[in-house]
Design a protein around this ligand. Structure first.
Ligand code: ADP
Ligand code: MG
Length: 220
């Protein structure tokens, strides 16, 4: 559903992505690993068209949504308003439909009781569920998650595996996750590529028997 061909990107003299080629299959959970500064966020941002690529092509079937590392919830709005704000700007007459959809998504993600809460009163894990719910409001085909375990404590981190797996199945959404956290990516992904200095240096299926997980560790 996503094809990336010969994509390159630089910021000034800094080459961040160098001739990247990738194909992501529909309904997969696809991991992008790599040490800090290797270009993971930039690649996600290019897919979402938040950055312009310098060369190559990105072809995506369907709608994409982005879940930011720091969630970027609106602090002065309740959970419900955070979810329906953007969709109701697009669709003024359908406010009650938006509300119903928001309620359903929050229920599916197990956070319906927080619908009238403000983000400041939520835990890190709860904020993440709200951010995830908000990104699902546009019915995306492809969800881009940047460092979904950063800023969460270890117990919450294992919840993110089951949370994203259930979103992948229930909402039939393909997921690409950029993360420096190898254990997390190994648990959740159908495939992992490792970026180093803007180049893909490893490409494995971590669920296959005898998958060379140690090969990934060697690049950190
Ligand atoms: N807007 C920007 N302007 C200049 N340099 C940037 C910008 N965004 C990222 N970079 C640089 O690009 C490189 C890759 O960054 P990033 O994609 O954030 O890596 P990662 O997500 O793997 O940590 C880093 O050297 C970073 O400093
Ligand atoms: Mg990053």
């Amino acid at each position: 559903m996503l094809k990336i061909r010969n994509v390159s990107k630089a910021f000034g003299d800094t080459r961040v992505l160098a001739d990247i080629n990738l194909e992501v299959k529909k309904s997969n959970i696809f991991g992008i690993a790599g040490p800090s500064g290797s270009g993971k966020s930039t690649l996600l941002r290019c897919i979402q068209k938040l950055e312009r690529i310098d060369g190559g092509a990105i072809e995506c079937e369907g709608k994409t949504a982005f879940m930011f590392q720091d969630f970027q919830l609106f602090p002065h709005m309740t959970v419900l308003r955070n979810l329906i704000y953007a969709p109701s700007l697009r669709n003024k007459s359908g406010a009650s439909d938006c509300k119903k959809q928001a309620e359903n998504i929050l229920k599916t993600l197990g956070i319906a009781s927080k619908i009238d809460a403000y983000p400041g009163t939520l835990s890190g894990g709860q904020k993440q569920r709200v951010a995830l719910a908000r990104s699902l409001m546009s019915n995306p085909d492809l969800l881009l998650c940047d460092e979904p375990t950063s800023g969460l404590d270890v117990s919450t981190r294992s919840d993110v595996v089951s949370l994203l797996k259930s979103v992948n199945e229930r909402f039939r959404v393909t997921i690409i996750i950029a993360s420096h956290d190898l254990d997390f990516l190994t648990n959740i992904s159908d495939r992992i590529v490792l970026l180093k200095n803007g180049v893909i240096v490893v490409d494995i299926n971590p669920q296959a028997e005898g998958a060379p997980i140690d090969l990934l560790k060697a690049y950190y």
